[in-house]
Design a protein around this ligand. Structure first.
Ligand code: BLA
Length: 241
């Protein structure tokens, strides 16, 4: 269901960046589960470029039971730009949830004016996908912009509305990165390194997918996938799960 999104992202990545593959730890790049109603395949891809330190995305294909396309793109520490966050989910073709955002690393006024306000015009073209749904797992005021797209929707709207919105957000994100001025001041870079680490820590601790990964692939694989690949800069606390 989200394969056209993945294809679009792959084309846009290779059109815009000089990509190098980034290794995915042994055993985490792909897995197949026979535990559910339908066999589930999970596969991940990861790249870097001169501007971006990690660009990863994952597809879960469990037929009608689950279709998931998830990804995060992290700029290098000389760029303070937000990370691009993608989370598109479909369960039993009934529960369809889409989340897409330039996820801000800081909340001060200067940062918001520079990186968040410019999203507004684009956001307003897709206000039907901004449904102000409450969040159960995350805090909407941390690492989400006020221009995130977050909707419960249906298969037809995914094709007719979410795909164009995705294309628009991706193009705009890439344009922002390509015109950004790098800042190599060590203190500024250290602050960004820390902010991206904090993002990983926050995300790993709250990830609503841990249960899903565990049910398909077991707790040990789920923990490794979360802490060694998805959010590898997070530190796993003892007995956190
Ligand atoms: C919600 N994301 C969810 C849910 C799942 C995932 C299972 C809960 C759906 C529900 O039952 O309500 C799935 N998360 C995943 C998967 C991966 C993952 C499969 O990390 C990894 C492969 N989540 C992100 C990113 C964003 C994000 C990058 O990983 C930002 C765009 C957002 N996911 C997000 C939000 C919700 C969500 C806002 C709703 C959570 C809430 O209600 O608090």
């Amino acid at each position: 269901m989200y394969k056209p999104f993945q294809k679009y992202l792959e084309q846009a990545l290779s059109d815009n960046f000089e990509l190098t593959s980034k290794a995915i730890p042994e055993g985490l790049d792909r897995n197949v589960s026979e535990r559910g109603r339908n066999p589930a395949t999970i596969q991940s891809w990861c790249y870097e470029s001169p501007e971006m330190r990690k660009m990863r995305y994952t597809y879960i294909d469990a037929g009608d039971s689950a279709q998931v396309f998830n990804g995060v793109l992290y700029p290098k520490p000389c760029y303070g730009a937000p990370v691009l966050g993608i989370d598109f989910l479909s369960f039993n073709k009934k529960k369809i949830l889409v989340v897409l955002d330039f996820q801000p690393l800081f909340r001060d006024e200067e940062y918001t004016a520079k990186y968040v306000e410019p999203m507004r015009e684009m956001y307003e073209r897709y206000d039907d996908l901004a449904q102000n749904l409450g969040m159960k797992f995350y805090d909407a005021n941390q690492y989400f912009s006020k221009y995130l797209l977050f909707a419960k929707t249906d298969e037809e709207t995914v094709a007719s509305r979410v795909l164009p919105a995705f294309q628009d957000y991706v193009q705009s994100y890439f344009a922002m990165i390509k015109q950004a001025e790098p800042n190599h001041d060590p203190a500024a870079m250290a602050r960004i390194v820390q902010a991206q680490k904090d993002y990983d820590q926050y995300s790993a601790e709250r990830d609503p997918a841990h249960g899903l990964f565990t049910s398909y692939f077991g707790a040990e694989w789920a923990d490794r996938f979360l802490y060694e690949f998805l959010f590898e800069d997070a530190v796993q606390l003892a007995a956190s799960h």
